[in-house]
Design a binder for this molecule. Structure first.
Ligand code: ADP
Ligand code: MG
Length: 328
């Protein structure tokens, strides 16, 4: 359904270039869910933006992003617009900023239905009612303005909007980060059930590995614009092979603990500024088990087993001992 290969994204600023993504490979099969984890600044939102070409003009993307076999980076604007609603749609972080405060929510959910499906007003209204009920809100809430809803209800409205044109892939960028823990769990369960019952693909972004491992089939951990580990979610969470995944996995004893947003427990400092990347493995300055070669060797993503890979020198010797193994 989604196949990303060797994706790079570089932002141009007045004085320098920011290599926000540096060769990312990821894929999502229909009906599967992929979680993307990493601290703030690792490139998660840039990845989401690239997939639907929502990045600012200062960003340049190279590589390939195949959505159902078509390269998103080469689509015409018309094609892209159609794909954005009916193919793949995004649930953004922070519903407060994405909803129009002066328009009733029913009208906002109906907008893409009227626009893209050329539905009649009456049909769109019916569909809005159905969508609201699917996300656990009474159909009558269509008449509410955003400020009359709680944060969790607004996020449900965002999900209803994302579902409006029956997309086959949903991309959720930190959909629950702004919500308290109980509401987070409700919204996540809702997303998980919708995806499972409709056989949709899901890409879910979070800095919280425990949230992702409870919702997603597969997990990719990003650091400094690269995937440093990926594989089945439960395995990456319980038996991480990259020291960064290990730190992230240890950082969230409580699902959604906001204190862990930055500085996962046991890890000093922040991810590097992409414009000032250290040589070697970008994680080595913070790595508790770094070896001397980590400061100079550019570590590729190596296969740990047929389903997992990790970009760490500690993985490589195991992999290269088997002659058929090669860098991923
Ligand atoms: P995440 O979502 O993981 O927090 P982002 O994708 O938002 O990370 O950002 C990745 C890196 O790209 C960060 O270092 C961020 O500062 C930088 N960045 C994001 N947007 C821009 C932009 N428009 N111009 C320059 N740099 C940017
Ligand atoms: Mg982000």
């Amino acid at each position: 359904m989604l196949e990303i290969s060797d994706l790079t994204v570089t932002y141009r600023t007045a004085s320098y270039e920011v290599p926000a993504l540096r060769g990312v490979d990821l894929s999502v099969a229909p009906g599967r869910s992929l979680g993307i984890a990493g601290e703030s600044g690792c490139g998660k939102s840039t990845l989401v933006g690239a997939v639907l070409r929502l990045l600012p003009r200062t960003a340049t993307a190279t590589g390939r992003i195949l959505f159902e076999g078509e390269d998103v980076l080469e689509m015409s604007w018309g094609r892209l617009r159609a794909v954005r609603w009916a193919g793949a749609s995004i649930v953004f972080q922070g519903a407060m900023h994405s909803l129009n405060p002066v328009q009733r929510i029913g009208g906002q959910i109906a907008e893409p239905i009227l626009l893209h499906e050329k539905a009649t007003e009456a049909a769109a209204r019916r569909r809005v009612g159905e969508l609201l009920e699917q996300v656990g809100l009474p159909a009558a809430r269509a008449n509410a303005h955003p400020h009359e809803l709680s944060g969790g209800q607004r996020q449900r409205v965002m999900i209803a909007m994302a579902l409006a044109c029956s997309p086959r892939l949903i991309i959720a960028d930190e959909p629950t980060t702004a919500l308290d823990v109980m509401i987070q769990a409700q919204v996540l369960t809702l997303l998980q059930n919708l995806v499972a019952s409709r056989g949709l693909g899901l890409v879910m972004i979070s800095h919280d590995l425990s949230v992702l491992s409870s919702v997603c089939d597969d997990l990719a951990v990003m650091y400094a614009g690269r995937v440093v580990e990926n594989g089945p979610a439960a395995e990456v969470f319980t038996d991480p092979r990259h020291p960064y995944s290990e730190a992230l996995a240890a950082a969230f004893p409580v699902i959604g603990d906001p204190r862990s947003r930055r500085n996962p427990r046991g890890l000093a400092g922040d991810p590097p500024d992409p414009a000032l990347l250290p040589g070697g493995c970008a994680f080595h300055p913070r790595c508790p088990v770094a070896l001397p070669e980590c400061a100079t060797a550019d570590i590729a993503l190596w296969r740990v087993d047929p389903f997992r890979s990790a970009a760490c020198v500690r993985v490589r010797p195991v992999a290269s001992a088997r002659s058929e193994e090669a860098p991923v």
